[in-house]
Ligand binder design. Structure first.
Ligand code: IMP
Ligand code: MG
Length: 174
């Protein structure tokens, strides 16, 4: 099956929005250090850009959870592929994700990481597909709400490809 990518959000639009999110986080965390937790692999492009726009002190850690195989449908199974290197106790944690879809991955991660006694825990996602929600998740910072379409780019993949696109696009199967 042939596929093509249609631009949904341009590089400029994404960069501008990330700058705004960085400003909002910098305001909200005045006087604190923010501990960014990146959910690999999708969150990594977003987290790097976001971190550059935050003006309060930042530390970072990385974890990998997977709820998808190589298809475009959620399996509903969350697997921790790589855990964090450092404890979260007493830190102000922001989980940085590429997209909240069904919400299953994030509700699981927030509960799991919340049990590690952080001083606070918030969620920042580049994209949200609210129509697709199956499990309730409180999102504190959202880049863009998008329609129910399968997107790639800026870290998001289809079968591990397209993560490196500097914009967000919709995969179309022709
Ligand atoms: P959730 O558990 O259903 O919310 O799914 C979360 C994960 O599914 C995201 O972190 C992505 O890795 C993946 N995902 C959901 N929607 C898309 C999409 O449109 N494109 C690429 N990956 C997606
Ligand atoms: Mg992800």
């Amino acid at each position: 099956m042939a596929e093509s990518v249609r631009v949904l959000l341009t590089e400029d639009e994404v960069d501008k929005r990330i700058k705004e999110l960085g400003e909002a986080i910098s305001r909200d965390y005045q006087g604190e250090t923010v501990h960014l937790v990146c959910v690999l692999k999708g969150g990594v492009f977003f987290m790097c850009e976001l971190a550059k726009r935050i003006t309060v002190p930042v530390t970072m850690d990385f974890m990998s959870a997977s709820s998808y195989g190589s298809s475009t449908k959620s399996s509903g199974v969350v697997k921790i592929v790589k855990d964090l290197d450092e404890p979260l106790k007493d830190r102000h944690v922001i989980i940085v994700e590429d997209i909240v879809d069904s919400g299953r991955t994030l509700s699981y991660l927030i509960k799991m990481l919340g049990d590690r006694e952080p001083a606070s825990i918030k969620l920042c996602t580049l994209l949200d597909k609210p129509e697709r929600r199956v499990t309730d998740v409180k999102v504190d910072y959202t880049g863009f709400n998008i329609p129910d379409e399968f997107v790639v780019g800026y870290g998001l993949d289809y079968d591990q490809r397209y993560r490196n696109l500097p914009y967000i696009g919709v995969v179309e199967f022709n």
